[in-house]
Design a binder for this molecule. Sequence first.
Ligand code: PAF
Length: 284
Amino acid sequence: MAPLVLRTVAETAAWAESIRRSGRRLALVPTMGYLHDGHVSLMREGRGRADVVAASIFVNPTQFGPTEDLSRYPRDMEGDLAKCASAGVEAVFAPEPSEVYPPGFQTYVEVTQVSQGQCGARRPGHFKGVATVVTKLLCLFKPHVALFGEKDYQQLQVIRALERDLNLGVEIIGMPTIREADGLAMSSRNAYLSPEGRKQALALSRGMAAAQALYRQGTREVPVLVSAVRRELEAAGLREDYVELVDATSLSPLSTVSPGQPARLLVAAFVGTTRLIDNQPIGG
Ligand code: PAF
């Protein structure tokens, strides 16, 4: 069945309240639209964890820098609603920016530690925009559970921190990255890639696989593991934004991977002008 499309904060608050009052568990999947199988996996998981699943489709202007891709971010509301319908989503909040940020809006949420490095250092203000809109969505829907992809690993840590620090009482679920058959992590931004760029982009997952192979052979020194990723990026002609191996929770850089310490390899690189990110666990 086609989902109910909610355009305003008032109707969304009333709808969510009616679900909660009826005693049903509510799951929320926040998205920026142009949905792919990664988003659909979040929606399906939401159905398993709650009675009713809602999604939001909102290209959030506050998380884009002035020179970033806000105006050309891919959009397909009709296709997205069809995907939501087949994933069993009952309602979709799809507001105009002025509904989320009306005149006089002046309150932002800043997560001060896990948002500092990696993408946070290269995209000033990005996580402030993410944290603000996610906080607003969680406060609006008051879901029992909210689901996010691990593809945006740092974002997931930022969201876990804000939920905990602000006592929002929402269970935050991180779900594994969904990949194309050849290893490319699914992302709405893959739509920007030319056929040639699409091939080059495989260097991210290939590089991480090379580091993982070295780790399995006994390499524990982070510079050696990181170099294995860099070699693949360079060979494919990609421009590195960063390659870091960090503590999986604090995201602090590590110099060696120790047994029992969950670590995460985080990669960001440009394929032409398209910036892609990917990550995977190492050790643990
Ligand atoms: O991951 C995304 O699509 C966005 O950053 C999110 C969490 C929906 C906030 O705008």
